[in-house]
Design a protein around this ligand. Structure first.
Ligand SMILES: CC(C)(COP(=O)(O)OP(=O)(O)OC[C@H]1O[C@@H](n2cnc3c(N)ncnc32)[C@H](O)[C@@H]1OP(=O)(O)O)[C@@H](O)C(=O)NCCC(=O)NCCS
Length: 187
């Protein structure tokens, strides 16, 4: 039988991967079954599309089964209309031990004018697991562009905040968050 400790270490030594290698995109047309009574895309349907595309990105990074661990920072800034085209782009922004943060950007193409706008962003966290649900370490992530580097740097703060809100970390242990507040009080 495979020693689980060995399997975890072995995978952790896997080659680090570029953020761009995880990129996943999908385009949907908003159909009547996707809308509310005002003819706008329902938030829950958009969240479902986000969950699926970000799982693809996380899976591409680690090539393992992934589960959604948390959802952060979704806001719906504008209504999306029946018939519009919705494009979601997802990319892993940082890998930790077994968890990966994924950024999702949503673009809308107005079906009447063809105008494309960025509608919103969201951040999901996925965890790689084996067939019985044990967590598995994932390859490190290499950020290349300026945006990828900014997101990579800020991801640890977001992880700590998410863990505090989930009751999985004491605020006193959140070193990255504490550093921000210490900087602010010094200003
Ligand atoms: C997510 C899950 C695998 C974590 O399992 P666990 O036994 O608690 O494992 P751990 O405590 O070791 O956490 C594993 C990783 O998840 C991270 N994590 C867990 N909860 C988190 C949260 N709310 N926010 C951010 N990261 C989180 C941990 O920090 C850890 O990351 P690391 O390995 O990169 O350091 C487990 O809770 C689970 O299976 N949840 C259900 C997932 C699911 O079914 N999703 C679909 C929704 S219906």
């Amino acid at each position: 039988m495979l020693n689980p400790t060995f399997a975890r270490k072995e995978l952790n030594m896997a080659k680090a991967k570029k953020a761009s290698e995880s990129c996943a995109t999908a385009t949907h047309i908003v159909l009547p079954d996707d809308t509310n009574t005002l003819g706008n895309l329902m938030g829950g349907r958009l969240m479902y599309w986000m969950d699926v595309i970000s799982a693809v990105a996380a899976h591409r990074h680690c090539n393992r089964v992934v589960v959604t661990a948390s959802v952060n920072n979704i806001s719906f800034n504008q209504p999306i209309k029946l018939g519009d085209f919705v494009t979601l782009e997802a990319k892993v922004s940082r890998a930790f031990g077994s968890s990966m943060e994924v950024f999702i950007e949503v673009y809308v193409e107005d079906h009447r004018t063809g105008a494309k706008t960025k509608a919103n962003e969201a951040i999901f966290t996925f965890v790689a697991v084996d067939q019985i649900g044990n967590t598995i370490d994932v390859p490190e992530l290499i950020p290349e562009t300026d945006v990828e580097k900014q997101r990579y740097d800020a991801a640890l703060r977001r992880k700590q905040l998410s863990l505090i809100l989930a009751g999985r970390m004491k605020p006193t242990d959140a070193t990255e968050l504490k550093a921000i507040f210490e900087d602010l009080t010094e200003q």
